[in-house]
Design a protein around this ligand. Sequence first.
Ligand code: ADP
Length: 189
Amino acid sequence: MLNVIIFGAPGSGKGTQSEKLIEEYGLDHISTGEVLREEIKNNTELGKIAAQYIEKGQLIPDDLIIDILSTILDTKGNSKGVIFDGFPRTISQAHALKKMLNERNEQINAVIALEVEDAELIGRLLNRGKVSGRSDDNLETIQKRLQVYHSQTAPLIEYYKEENLYNAIEGSGSIDEIFARIKAVIKNL
Ligand code: ADP
């Protein structure tokens, strides 16, 4: 299996590049953000809890999101591989993912990290907010999300460098240019 983490700050293009990866390599895709937004739309108990965090730009508690991820992973048994999009977002989630995959005789093959400057991220997210209808795509929440990214998620960069899995991708440019950079990394795995 080809299991990859698509990593980056909010607005770095993880969802967009995931779509290209799905098309090119026939991978399955797990986006924790999409899963949570679906729960919110359906007004489930989980959705009600998640909404409280998401609207403030905070992360959902680790134990909760780890449980969700593990349940979804169990439905992906026969896949060619999985793209993890938006997970892990903390060191503790990264440890949990490693353990979960080990238990299934699987592993992460690469972390594809989309690197984009904060100023560009803010511009992209504000633009997206005009059409996405997402409750977290407004300036105040975007700034909070970036703060959370830098304090809680960015430590994963060192973690995955030490695991020899980290691949930095210049995340500015056209969608196809960026995807070509990603393909070059995957070709070498
Ligand atoms: P973004 O564009 O900010 O990367 P996502 O769609 O991946 O957006 O996630 C939206 C929100 O869902 C996050 O700001 C966070 O509140 C919550 N969320 C998604 N994935 C996780 C996770 N792995 N751990 C905790 N919270 C998460």
